[in-house]
Design a protein around this ligand. Structure first.
Ligand code: ADP
Ligand code: MG
Length: 236
């Protein structure tokens, strides 16, 4: 293709809003330039494309129907800021280092501990621990607002949860279900209790099935309530 034809086809793809075909066309141009011996031009085009892909991945927004149900933040607390026994610090460190070396573990058919249950009385650093893990791993912390989800989507909470777990799969991060089992609480009416039990069951099933590269942290005040799917438990 002549240069003018390439330009025309790029302009068309841009205005037709066809980003994938736009990228393919740009890559073809890079290949064409490389063939002509224009290595610098070819490399520049490839660099632009790679960079655009990275940013797109980073900025992938939540599905619109999850907006307002998940908080995103990038915490700035370190393990050194935490007052805790050596035992707890060791356990937190182990979660962090296993995550970093998860590929190595996988080669030996092992899985890093990435489904974490934190329990203990209020004010003992459970939420803090989630922030520390996110910060030490340099990943965003996503807090799922279960309370909002349940009140807003009564009856369809499990469907919403499925969307959350799809996101966990697609977007690597630390996902925090803070005091998950406290939702409803005293305010709940009788029929809410049945709904809550259903939600909790599907929550545990989703956790069990999850096979993502994210880390899931669930916080509860009542650890007796919980069963199998977790790979590590920390009691504050
Ligand atoms: N072990 C701890 N070391 C340092 N600060 C702590 C510790 N536990 C709690 N805090 C501080 O107390 C406040 C409440 O802690 P938080 O993690 O929200 O408690 P929890 O989630 O267990 O109720 C936060 O400001 C936190 O920084
Ligand atoms: Mg807390």
């Amino acid at each position: 293709m002549a240069k003018a034809d390439y330009i025309i086809s790029l302009i068309k793809l841009h205005y037709n809003n066809e980003p994938e075909r736009f990228t393919t066309a740009a890559l073809q141009i890079a290949a064409h330039e490389a063939k002509l011996g224009h290595t610098l031009v070819a490399n520049e085009i490839k660099t632009i494309i790679d960079k655009a892909k990275e940013t797109k991945h980073k900025n992938k927004a939540f599905a619109p129907d999850l907006q307002g149900l998940i908080l995103e933040n990038v915490p700035a607390v370190n393990l050194a800021d935490m007052i805790a026994s050596e035992d707890i610090k060791t356990k937190i460190n182990r979660i962090i280092s296993e995550f970093v070396q998860r590929d190595k573990l996988r080669k030996h058919d092992l899985e890093n501990r990435r489904k974490i249950l934190l329990s203990g009385p209020p004010g003992t650093g459970k939420t803090l621990t989630a922030s520390i893990i996110a910060n030490e791993l340099n990943l965003p912390l996503y807090t799922i607002l279960m309370d909002k989800m349940v009140t807003k989507f009564m009856g369809e909470t499990s469907a919403k949860l499925r969307q959350v777990f799809d996101l966990i799969e697609q977007k690597q991060g630390i996902y925090l279900f803070d005091e998950f089992d406290a939702i409803g609480g005293e305010r709940s009416r009788d029929n809410d209790v049945g709904e809550m039990r259903r939600v909790l069951n599907s929550f545990l099933q989703f956790i069990e099935r999850d096979n993502s590269d994210s880390l899931i942290i669930a916080i509860t005040n009542n650890k007796d309530f919980w069963t199998k799917p977790f790979s590590a438990g920390l009691t504050m």
